[in-house]
Design a protein around this ligand. Sequence first.
Ligand code: NAD
Length: 256
Amino acid sequence: MPLLEGKKALIFGIANHRSIGWAIAQALAAEGAQLAFSYQERMEKYVRELAAKIPGTSVMECDVQSDEQLDKAFAQAAETFNDEIDILIHSVAFAPPRELENPFIETTREGFHTALDISAYSLVAMAKRAQPLMQAHGGSILTLTYMASERVMPKYNVMAVAKAALECSVRYLAFEMGEHNIRVNAISAGPLNTLAARGVSGFTSFREQMGSAAPLRRNIEQSEVGDAALFLSSHLARAITGEIMFVDAGYNIMGA
Ligand code: NAD
């Protein structure tokens, strides 16, 4: 039987065919999951095209900065999935471009707020809305983070602060939601060439550096994050929660 036969997955954060969220969607669908995608308005065309490639996939608009839109998206998902969700994928991040160009010390209050709101608070906001749809039978919530949360990656700036807040939120949510058998984890992915990554100056050099210094002597691909997400979302990972799992060809273990 496919690993995710009968499972229902709601995915936030697909922008185009390079998105990590899309790789995760393909991995989950290949193992039998039924999918719904939530998209940011300006991505609608691309997301509808991708959704059409996986029969039965629903789509719903949501800007994660709006509580009303989050309520609406979860209400639509509840209707689509008969009031039950098994898997929630949070693959969303944003910081205003100037905050990734200027020195970190120049971070504005507004930029800090926006980055933390979209990239970290949104996980908490989604978890709150997912809990009633998961608590009868348990579930899995998964987000995407980056190693800049713990080590300095020049120019990652306020996004690194947001990732640190996101990882801490994973642990607090994992603790509280564990009593409902809802697991909350993160994948810390190595650098991948996506729309979000292109906003970070020096991204290409991070990627080159990782490719030569990682134990596996190579970069990773989106599909490898998809496969790890499949594992974490499945019953194979039923005792894993609060975990930040690196999918980075081992780069994180290196000192020099
Ligand atoms: P992406 O640009 O394809 O995905 C980012 C998504 O966030 C987009 O779909 C965008 O529409 C969505 N988004 C941004 N603001 C939003 C808002 N206000 N409301 C709703 N959606 C919003 O890029 P990606 O690299 O696939 O990023 C997915 C996740 O993976 C992010 O959390 C990113 O930080 C993380 N990540 C990426 C890398 C990498 O190198 N690409 C590495 C580690 C972690």
